[in-house]
Design a protein. Structure first.
Length: 237
């Protein structure tokens, strides 16, 4: 049974221009983030780990800009959003309920366009009802930088819906989330929250250290990146 669908039109890797256009979207967000929000976040989780690590911060910043309804200068993540679909390839991602009642994310099987896919997910999230948009974007930000398995839908979806205990915040973070977030980012937990530029710099530096492609421990990367992303979210909200 189809629960949610995201259609993306995008330029091919050999094309001289980098473009993305939005297609049909079936994104129910009742009981936010809903099946629609889970699908968008799953797409971001799978493909954000395939983009240049230096673009990960830009992707997260973009999510806040879209959530707040800001005008989005182009291009973003080196790709330009457009309405015209002529000459673009079509890709579809779906969230389905299997006969055994389990949820399964079916990613586009033919094309690999990671930057366009994550851009489409974030841009489309900006079109969901205002009352649900914040929850959907929070789910998407939880997905950014995910380094775990994306083929095992149950594991990923439980993480995205915050019900997987491995990624739950520690008791100290629940007692004082701001102090916990400052400590995670290597800042003084008893000091004031720095400005956004300093926060982004600390986050970017630690994110690079944690990423397996840069030298981080592969076994701990998912936990560490999830922790850094949550800390940054707390301090930037």
């Amino acid at each position: 049974m189809l629960l949610a669908e995201l259609e993306v039109f995008h330029s091919r890797p050999i094309a001289p221009t980098r473009r993305v256009a939005l297609g049909r979207a079936i994104l129910p967000t009742d009981d936010p983030p809903g099946f629609g929000g889970l699908l968008l976040a799953a797409v971001v989780a799978r493909y954000s780990q395939m983009i240049d690590p230096e673009l990960v911060e830009e992707l997260e910043v973009l999510s806040y800009q879209v959530e707040q309804g800001q005008r989005i200068p182009q291009p973003r993540l080196r790709h330009r959003l457009q309405q015209d679909r002529v000459g673009l390839s079509r890709s579809v991602h779906t969230l389905e309920r299997l006969p055994n009642n389990k949820l399964h994310v079916r990613y586009e099987p033919e094309h690999q366009a990671p930057a366009q896919f994550v851009l489409a997910a974030v841009y489309v999230a900006g079109t969901v009802p205002d009352a649900h948009r914040s929850a959907v974007m929070s789910c998407i930000r939880r997905a950014i930088g995910w380094q775990g398995d994306t083929e095992t839908s149950d594991l990923l979806l439980r993480h995205l819906s915050s019900s997987f205990e491995r990624y739950a915040l520690s008791s100290s973070s629940l007692a004082d989330p701001v102090a916990w977030a400052l400590e995670v980012l290597g800042l003084d937990p008893e000091g004031d929250v720095p400005d956004s530029a300093e926060l982004r710099s600390a986050y970017r530096s630690l994110l690079r250290q944690a990423h397996p492609d840069i030298g981080g421990e592969a076994d701990d990367a998912a936990d560490r990146i999830a922790e850094l992303t949550e800390a940054r979210r707390i301090l930037m909200d």
